[in-house]
Design a protein around this ligand. Structure first.
Ligand SMILES: [Zn+2]
Length: 336
C-alpha cells in the first residue's frame, strides 16, 4: 500500500527524459549487474510484509497496535485539532513498500541522487518538479520530508534526504555494487528480519531501528517527531553553503566530498541533550550533540572558507584514489 495516490509506474522515466539524453553523465555503477534475489545475502527487507502467520498485512503499521494507538488511522482526530495527522503513519504511507527499479528508473535515480536533495532544500520541491528532477523515490521522500523534517535546518534535511535515497535505491537495485555503497551501520540488522513498518529501516541508528521493531508504539506520537526535529543535529561545523557545489556547465548540484564523507560517519548523526530528557532510554543509541568548539565557531569566513575548500579538494582526491564513481569536474563553487 502506498499513500501517494496518483503515482504512476515509471513516472520518473518520462520526466527525466532530457537528462537521459546525456549518456556521458554516468553514476559509475554497473546497471547490468544481476540483482541478488537471496535477500539474506544482502540484508534486504521483504518486498511484502508478512504478519508472521504466513499471511500478508495490508496496513503500513506493522504490527498493528494491540490496543487503540496514536498511529491508528481509524481515529485521525484523536490527537486533537492541532495535529490531526499522525506523522508516523503518514511517513510509512509515503514510503509504501520497497519496490524493485527498472534499469531506466535506476539511471534516473542515480542522475538525481545529489542534485535533487540539494535543489529541494535550497529551492524547494516545486523547483525539483519544474526542473524534471522528480522520480518515484524522490516523490516518496518528499512526502516524508514534508511530514517529518520540513522544520529541520537545511543541513539536517539534506543529510536525511541523501541517506534515505541511498538506502531506497539499494532496496530497488539490490546488487553487490549498490550494497557496497550503503554505510555498514545503515544495513539491516537481524531484528529487522521480523515483520515491521518499512519506515523503521530508514532510521540511521541501528539501536533505534531495533527499538522500533519491538516497541514502535512507544514512539508513534507526533510529540516524538516534534522533539526529533528540534534536537536532531549533524555534526558539521561549516555553513549549509559548504555542503554542496554547483556545476555551471550542467546546471546540476553536487554534494561536497567533505559533507558526503561526514554524513557517512554515524557519529555525525546526533541529538541534543533535551531529546533524552523525554526519551532517556535512547541515550545509548544516539550520539549526543556536542557544540562546535569555540576555536572553530569563532573563525571568520576569511579563515574558514579556505579551509573548507582545501578540505573538499583533499576529500575529492581521496575519493578519486579509491576509484569511487567518477564525477564531473567541479567548475564552480557556489557562494564560497
Ligand atoms: Zn502506535
Amino acid at each position: 500500500m502506498c499513500g501517494l495516490a496518483g503515482i504512476q509506474p515509471n513516472a520518473a522515466v518520462g520526466c527525466l527524459s532530457g537528462l537521459q539524453a546525456n549518456p556521458a553523465v554516468g553514476c559509475g555503477f554497473d546497471h547490468h549487474a544481476d540483482p541478488i534475489d537471496d535477500l539474506s545475502v544482502l540484508n534486504l527487507p521483504p518486498g511484502s510484509v508478512s504478519s508472521g502467520d504466513g499471511s500478508y498485512v495490508d496496513d503500513v503499521i506493522v504490527p498493528r497496535p494491540a490496543i487503540e494507538c496514536f498511529c491508528n488511522s481509524s481515529d485521525p482526530g484523536r490527537q486533537g485539532s492541532q495535529s490531526p495527522v499522525n506523522k508516523w503513519r503518514a511517513a510509512n504511507e509515503s514510503l509504501g513498500r520497497s519496490t524493485r527499479l527498472s534499469r531506466a528508473e535506476i539511471m534516473a535515480e542515480d542522475l538525481t541522487s545529489e542534485d535533487t536533495p540539494i535543489r529541494a532544500v535550497l529551492e524547494g520541491w516545486d523547483s525539483v518538479e519544474q526542473e524534471g528532477r522528480m522520480t518515484e523515490s524522490w516523490r516518496k521522500l518528499q512526502g516524508v520530508d514534508q511530514v517529518c523534517f520540513k522544520t529541520c535546518s537545511q543541513i539536517e534535511r539534506l543529510a536525511i534526504l541523501r541517506m534515505m535515497h541511498i538506502l531506497m535505491t539499494y532496496h530497488g537495485d539490490p546488487t553487490l555494487e549498490r550494497h557496497a555503497s550503503v554505510p555498514h551501520w545503515f544495513l539491516m540488522r537481524p531484528s529487522q528480519a521480523i515483520a515491521h513498518s518499512y519506515a523503521i529501516d530508514y532510521f540511521v541508528w541501528p539501536g533505534i531501528r531495533e527499538r522500533f521493531v519491538f516497541s514502535q508504539h512507544q514512539y508513534c506520537t507526533n510529540m516524538f517527531w516534534d522533539l526529533f526535529r528540534g534536537n536532531f543535529k549533524i555534526m558539521w561545523p561549516y555553513d549549509f553553503r559548504d555542503t554542496y557545489m554547483h556545476n555551471s556547465e550542467t546546471g546540476r548540484y553536487h554534494l561536497s566530498p567533505l559533507f558526503e564523507e561526514r554524513i557517512r560517519d554515524i557519529s555525525a548523526w546526533t541529538m541534543c541533550p533535551d531529546f533524552f530528557v523525554q526519551f532517556p532510554e535512547l541515550y545509548g543509541d544516539i550520539p549526543t550533540y556536542l557544540s562546535v568548539p569555540a576555536s572553530v565557531s569563532n573563525m571568520g569566513s576569511g579563515g574558514l572558507v579556505p579551509y573548507v575548500q582545501e578540505a573538499q579538494r583533499a576529500a575529492y582526491r581521496r575519493s578519486r584514489s579509491r576509484n569511487t564513481p567518477p564525477k564531473e569536474p567541479m567548475v564552480e563553487v557556489v557562494d564560497l
